[in-house]
Design a protein around this ligand. Sequence first.
Ligand SMILES: Cc1cc2nc3c(=O)[nH]c(=O)nc-3n(C[C@H](O)[C@H](O)[C@H](O)COP(=O)(O)OP(=O)(O)OC[C@H]3O[C@@H](n4cnc5c(N)ncnc54)[C@H](O)[C@@H]3O)c2cc1C
Length: 439
Amino acid sequence: MKCRGWLSAIWDERPPRKSCLPLPQAELGAEGWSEGPLSNHGHGWLAMRGQVKDIAVVGAGMVGAALALALAKKGFDVALIETRAPAPWRAQDEVDLRVVALAASSIALFEHLGVWTAIRDARACRYRRMRVWDALAPGDLGFDAADAGANALGYILENRLIAHALWQAAQAHAQIALHCPARVAATEIEGNWRMLTFDDGSRIAARLVVAADGAESALRGMLGIATRDRDYAQRAVVAHVAHEHAHEFTAWQRFLPGATLAFLPLADGRSSIVWSLPEAEAARVLALADAEFCAELGAAFDFRLGRITATTPRAAFPLRMKLAERYIAPRFALIGDAAHVVHPLAGQGVNLGLRDALALVETLTAARSAKRDFAAETTLRRFERRRRSDNDLSAHAFDAIQRVFGSEAAPLAAVRGAGLRIVDRVTPLKQLFARHAAG
Ligand SMILES: Cc1cc2nc3c(=O)[nH]c(=O)nc-3n(C[C@H](O)[C@H](O)[C@H](O)COP(=O)(O)OP(=O)(O)OC[C@H]3O[C@@H](n4cnc5c(N)ncnc54)[C@H](O)[C@@H]3O)c2cc1C
């Protein structure tokens, strides 16, 4: 199949493609979606040979890199733009301080992208159970993979390992052009294309640009997309710790007055902790000597794993909720933390972002199969409808849990204990929670 007009000069030089689309019809919408016919606008298009892509993904974090690979697998021609390549992962290095609990749906996506075996064989820890309890009430909640009819609730994985594996796969993929180091300085619509101009003045054109450039998304700002923010005035203190008793391949979470503390199992028998604390308290805990830190941590964890015997250096991350007011603009979509930042108490940020990536690929592919413009407003709205309500609902649910369990007020403490006990006793409810935890 051939494309019409000036583009044929470019397309004809590229490998045979399954996805050479008919030129999209101009669309009229209320938010400036009107798009004129293709023209070269006097910008020297032919000089951009090789710089014309179906889709440009900005940001090669876990979400952006996974999206680029999934799109390339479907035959889209992709540019992946990143300011800095991820640090390499090496087995002899200390376990990355940033780890994530990934649900079964995220693991399935990595399997589909062909990166899962390498990640699992490098360093991964499966967890089969979750235990949640509260310092202010007697309730205790337990989820078992068996409640969800599964072998595992998920895996604890290092951020650096995932980013590295996805980056290597993207580097090796013929349908992905990496632009790194590269920083987008401006973006605008020209005809049916979204143009990206880099810091060095070079440009690329894409039918669709997807921003996966994280919580402080520069692209989101350039498109004038506002966010609703809530600063929790908390920091998450992270470290890897050794303890007296085995972690039993269990993810543990304890609610404390104004704080939450999670222990996530690591493959080497230690646990990775995420201790969300009010800012001043976080600063104090960060400044403790190792022995004092271990003693305080053990007590805060109710000594469930016995004494804490060693710790790595600690790091801390500010916590907030940040929700984009819209996910789309003409020939533009937001995914991952660029669209939604949630409290980490439920360990869902990447899982939600990867679900965005999957939904976007499915929506674009369906439009292309129906011979429609895959970046048309109607298509992008379908993606937004699929993901925004799920993400907003999840963010507000985590926010509500944070408010109820973050409170020291006695009436709320009674409600929270009762809530945990009820969920633990009612099997269908437990199964529902377990299935949600397993993705
Ligand atoms: C303490 C803590 C614990 C967490 N635990 C979990 C957990 O257990 N499970 C879970 O699912 N989630 C967890 N999360 C959330 C998770 O870490 C984030 O949701 C996730 O990292 C977001 O991935 P992303 O790819 O969307 O964004 P990022 O990881 O922020 O990646 C954005 C990428 O874009 C690049 N970039 C930025 N600006 C530009 C630009 N202008 N041009 C080009 N590239 C650019 C950056 O270099 C980066 O590579 C946790 C978060 C915290 C703080």
